[in-house]
Structures are given as structure tokens and as C-alpha cells.
Design a protein around this ligand. Structure first.
Ligand code: GTP
Ligand code: MG
Length: 195
């Protein structure tokens, strides 16, 4: 897809903040600092529209980005960041859970995983939770630029086995540095938003 327009719309904490225009939504979930916001920026060719940081826990709300007046990317707060208080974690958990379970315009959850490492327990729980609710999910293994191509297959296998990937879910290799995987991910999104 050719992105001609991308804009930050709103930072929502609950349904009253969600946009009302019923455009399809693509949500980004994954560990804190895994590269969700960077992935959005790469997909829309913008340096820093989605706020990124080397400090984990930067994204704390549901951040909506409208693309070409056709769809939204929804940047979700990352999980698994140890320095967050238990209360705060419960508040985020409830907010994300409500969004994922009840948002009718949600077309796909992109679960972002770090290609370099085996999935964390939180990644496994997240995938299982999404599968339990039959949510449309795809796995994007990012930071692929950090691993030589000759070792990709080995890392992919570890991820697929650890998550027990099922139901024909797609796994896409990605890098926000090099743009690997960008076209494949856009094609997948287009198939879901222009059926
Ligand atoms: P939270 O908002 O805290 O949940 O983090 P996030 O998942 O949005 O991560 P973010 O996009 O802010 O990236 C975290 C760090 O990883 C930054 O320093 C990025 O530059 C780096 N990073 C993200 N994607 C890639 C990638 O594909 N390759 C490399 N080499 N670095 C990346
Ligand atoms: Mg972020």
C-alpha cells in the first residue's frame, strides 16, 4: 500500500476515546521495547510519528494512527516491563483486554516478537489468550537485521514451536531498520481490510 497520509489521532484509555468512524483497526501487541512503535513508523515511512524510545514502557495508552483515511494502527502499551507497579499493570491489562475483546472494528492483532530471543512467558500467554478468544492474529518477528540471514530459519523454528503456532497463523520476518517484511505485512493487512 502506498501511504500518502498518516496522522496521530488520539491517545485513548477506554471506549469513550476510541474513534467513531468505524475504519478497520490493526493493533500492535508485544513486550515492552520489542519494537511496536518502530514497526508502525517503518510501515508508514515516518521517522517518529509513533513515539519510540530505548526506555521501555513509553507507550501507555491506546495510540491511534490513521492511515490514508482507510485504517488505523493502534499502538498498545507493551507488557512485561518489570519496573511498572502491580496496580498500573492491572489497569493496563484491563484496558487492553477490554479493547481486544470488545472492539468490533479490530481486524488483526500483530503480535510483535524479537527474532533474536525465544518468546517470553508473556508472549506465550498473549498468543494463547488471543487464540482462546479466536482473535485474528499474526506474528511479526522483528529486529531481523540483528541476525544473519543464515540463522533466520533456526530462530523461526524456535518461535513457532515455543508459541505452538496454529490455525494457519502467519509469521512475518521484519526489520524496522532495513524494511524487510514491510511489503509482506502490508499485503496481509490489505487482504483483511479490503476483502
Ligand atoms: P514500548 O512502547 O515501550 O512498549 O516499546 P516499543 O515496542 O514501541 O519499542 P520501540 O519501537 O520504542 O523500540 C524500542 C527500541 O528498539 C528502540 O531503541 C528502537 O530503535 C529499537 N528497534 C525497534 N525495532 C528495531 C529493528 O527492527 N531493528 C533494530 N536494530 N532495532 C530496533
Ligand atoms: Mg511504543
Amino acid at each position: 500500500m502506498k501511504v500518502t497520509n498518516a496522522e496521530f489521532v488520539i491517545s485513548a484509555v477506554g471506549p469513550s476515546g476510541y474513534p467513531q468512524d468505524a475504519l478497520p483497526e490493526i493493533a500492535l501487541a508485544g513486550r515492552s521495547n520489542v519494537g511496536k512503535s518502530s514497526l508502525i513508523n517503518k510501515m508508514i515511512n515516518r521517522k517518529n510519528l509513533a513515539r519510540t524510545s530505548s526506555t521501555p514502557g513509553k507507550t501507555q495508552h491506546l495510540n491511534y494512527y490513521r492511515i490514508n483515511n482507510e485504517l488505523y494502527f493502534v499502538d498498545l502499551p507493551g507488557y512485561g516491563y518489570a519496573k511498572v507497579s502491580k496496580t498500573q499493570r492491572q489497569v493496563w491489562g484491563a484496558m487492553i483486554e477490554k479493547y481486544l475483546l470488545e472492539r468490533e472494528t479490530l481486524r488483526l492483532i500483530i503480535l510483535v516478537i524479537d527474532l533474536r530471543h525465544p518468546p517470553s512467558k508473556d508472549d506465550e500467554m498473549m498468543y494463547d489468550w488471543l487464540k482462546h478468544y479466536d482473535s485474528p492474529v499474526c506474528i511479526v518477528a522483528t529486529k531481523a537485521d540483528k541476525i544473519p540471514r543464515s540463522r533466520w530459519q533456526k530462530h523461526i523454528k524456535i518461535i513457532k514451536e515455543a508459541l505452538v503456532m496454529r490455525g494457519g497463523d502467519k509469521l512475518i520476518m521484519f526489520s524496522s531498520e532495513t524494511g524487510i517484511g514491510k511489503d509482506e505485512l502490508w499485503a496481509h493487512i490489505a487482504g483483511l481490510t479490503h476483502p
